[in-house]
Structures are given as C-alpha cells and as structure tokens.
Design a protein around this ligand. Structure first.
Ligand code: 6PG
Length: 240
C-alpha cells in the first residue's frame, strides 16, 4: 500500500531547503537502522538548488557520506562530462564537494551503447533496496525517463531499460516502474507555474498513466514536495 503525502512550500528556495532537510533526515534514519543509505538522484534542474545546499559545510557535515551510496533514477546516453549528463550535474553541484568514496558513486554509464548501459546498471542495482528515490516531473507528466506512451510504462520484468525518446531525439537509460516502486520512499520535487496544470491532473485527475506516467509511482511512501506556483491548481491550502 502506497502512502501519499503532499507538502507545499512557499517558493523554490523553500522547496530546496525542505528537500535537503528530508534527504538528511531519511539518510540519518537509514544509516542508524541499516548502516547504509542508498539514494537515487533525479535529473533535470529542480533538484540542483537542493544539491547546492547539501554541499554547504553546515549541511554536508550532518550525514556520514562514507555510508551513503549514490545512484540515479535515469541518465541521458551521453558521456559523464556532457552538460546534459545527470551524473555530471550532480557531480558539479554536490558530489565533488563531499568526502564520498568513489566506490559509493554508482552512475549509469551513459557513454555506453544504451542496451549495454542498461545491462551494466541492472547488475549495479540488483539487490539494492533504495531508501530514497528523488524524482522530478516534466510538464507532460513524465518522470525519470518514463514518458507518455513509452513502451516501458507497463514493463513488469526489467528493473532497468534503455529507451529512445522520440521527441527529444535521444536515448536514455531509466529505472522502470517496478524498480522505482520497490523503493522505500520516493520524493518528487516539483517547482514552477508551468507544472501546475499537469500536477493537478497527476494527483487529482482521472487515472491515466499512459498519458501521465508519474501516476505509476506508488512506492512505499510517496512525498510530493511542490512549491506554491506548481501547487496553484491543487485543492489544498498553501502555506501562509
Ligand atoms: C531527466 C529527469 C526528468 C526530470 C523532469 C523534470 O533526466 O531530465 O529524470 O525526469 O526530472 O524532466 O525536470 P526539471 O526539474 O528540469 O523540470
């Protein structure tokens, strides 16, 4: 049974602060209980301010990074130093500022042919229970690299798969819904007025996962951290 929790923040800065606090809280809890914190980062731009906060001394000193294992929910099939690499984005904003053993960073090898990258990554994540999976949501309702109409939306067997994204003319490697839904906590970060209409549809509209892939995410606990702009159409009170 998936539990859903929606939290509205004043603005994008408050979203980053709240997300960073949750990241630390969930991480400390996982390390206290199991000795490690397995977390999958998301791509896109929304999490970058949160990564930048976590990189600050007053934040990064609150987690035992040697016990943290970093993964990704998806990756573009580009080299790790490409500007569009989700790994590269997190490395520049956060990872290179942490005392994190290289062996704890489990990137998707976007430089490989997509099928090979997926085959490598499925061996990396096999047997891992994610304590936290960060996800974003596109203004078309996609999440990770699960786009509307994708052949992966109803994938039941594979945990990782390559996918060609027609409208972006690019290959990606992504966790599939079963892999994401096996996670303990999923935390969506959604910001900006451009997401408001779709966010309403995903959370309160008809059940239409083919068109709104974010509806497929039903992990143990799903936290929606959304700023006031993105929450503009939701039938719930925004913070004062
Ligand atoms: C990616 C992400 C993707 C992203 C959404 C939202 O690789 O781009 O996995 O799912 O989270 O597109 O992106 P923004 O945060 O930039 O709006």
């Amino acid at each position: 049974m998936s539990a859903r929790h929606i939290q509205i923040t004043r603005d994008a800065a408050d979203l980053a602060w709240t997300a960073a606090s949750e990241f630390i809280r969930i991480g400390r809890e996982a390390i206290a209980e199991r000795g490690t914190f397995h977390v999958a980062l998301s791509g896109g731009g929304t999490p970058i301010p949160m990564y930048a906060l976590l990189a600050l001394p007053e934040w990064r000193t609150r987690l035992a990074w040697d016990k943290v294992h970093i993964y990704w929910g998806d990756e573009r099939c580009v080299p790790p130093d490409a500007s569009s690499s989700n790994y590269g984005t997190a490395k520049n904003a956060l990872l290179e500022r942490l005392d994190l053993p290289a062996a704890n960073i489990h990137r998707i090898h976007g430089e490989l042919p997509p099928e090979e990258g997926a085959e490598h990554y499925v061996r990396v994540v096999g047997g891992v229970i994610f304590d936290l999976i960060l996800l974003g949501m596109g203004d078309d309702g996609h999440t990770a690299s699960l786009f509307p109409g994708s052949p992966l939306l109803f994938e039941a067997a594979r945990l990782v798969a390559p996918v060609y994204v027609e409208h972006l003319n690019s290959w990606r490697v992504t966790l599939t819904p079963p892999a994401i839904n096996a996670g303990k906590v999923v935390m969506f970060l959604v910001s900006g007025v451009g997401k408001a209409e779709r966010l309403y549809e995903v959370l309160y509209g008809e059940d239409a996962p083919e068109r709104l892939p974010a509806q497929l995410i039903k992990a143990g606990r799903v936290i929606w951290l959304v700023d006031q702009e993105a929450a503009g159409k939701l039938p719930i009170e925004s913070p004062p």
